[in-house]
Design a protein around this ligand. Structure first.
Ligand SMILES: [Zn+2]
Ligand SMILES: [Zn+2]
Length: 244
């Protein structure tokens, strides 16, 4: 049910502009209601639906029953309050994110940012935060890639929700190996102490952290830890996708 409403929502978001080709499969967008992505690609987006863990947002295989805490969050509660992702890091969504990061930033930043903003409203069931922050990249990584994909997404969400973006306070002060290459246990250690906060302050603030993909959650958790230590009231996390 949720996934259907997200799909129609995503469709109405992408109704706004008129690129003639689907950004994923390059077929012509001829049918009314198709923008950015064709109907087939949009229908194949692996949107996440419940029941899920109300804390880390991991969906359960069984589609029956209510939301309940997963064993991981019960055993070791994360520093963030809630993490939610639009879809699984799979199929057409994975392709779209990959192209956004490595091939065509200018073409995909807006469609994916719009999708994140519109779906994020639904899955977080709130759009009022004091601050929106992107998960920072190390300066060396920004130089390598040319941009921080999370900053582009955070900017889109901030503009659409009318929330101030704070892109400078949270810093990735230590170089870390890419998390995707590492086993989960090592990931935690890899990012420990990697972030610092030197901004105008987050005391009692409600913060929304934005990233492209939630993998083990250790990166966003480390960011949330830093922000909570600075006195942040709430730290929620919104990502386009998560690995399942
Ligand atoms: Zn398509
Ligand atoms: Zn959980």
């Amino acid at each position: 049910m949720l996934s259907r409403s997200l799909r129609s929502l995503a469709a109405s978001v992408i109704d706004f502009f008129f690129p003639p080709l689907c950004l994923l499969c390059r077929t012509f967008l001829a049918t009314p209601g198709e923008q950015y992505f064709c109907r087939a690609c949009l229908d194949s987006f692996p949107f996440i639906s419940g029941p899920l863990c109300p804390c880390c947002g991991i969906p359960y295989v069984s589609k029956h029953g209510a939301d309940h805490l997963c064993s991981r969050c019960m055993g070791r509660p994360p520093f963030f309050d809630r993490a939610r992702a639009v879809g699984a890091y799979d199929g057409s969504l994975r392709t779209a994110i990959h192209r956004f990061k490595y091939d065509n930033r200018s073409l995909l930043a807006e469609p994916l940012g719009a999708l994140l903003a519109e779906s994020g409203r639904q899955i977080l069931q709130r759009e009022r935060y004091d601050i929106i922050m992107p998960v920072p990249l190390h300066e060396r990584r920004v130089r390598q890639r040319g941009f921080n994909q999370s900053l582009f997404l955070a900017r889109q969400v901030g503009e659409r929700w009318g929330i101030a973006l704070e892109a400078e306070g949270l810093k990735r002060s230590r170089w870390t190996d890419p998390q995707t290459m590492l086993p989960e246990k090592v990931r935690l250690k890899n990012v420990r102490g990697a972030f610092t906060y030197r901004g105008p302050g987050v005391m009692y603030k409600e913060v929304l952290l934005i990233d492209d993909v939630y993998t083990s959650g250790s990166t966003v958790n480390e960011c949330a830890k830093v922000l909570k230590k600075q006195g942040a009231g709430i730290v929620d996390v919104l990502t386009l996708a998560r690995t399942l």
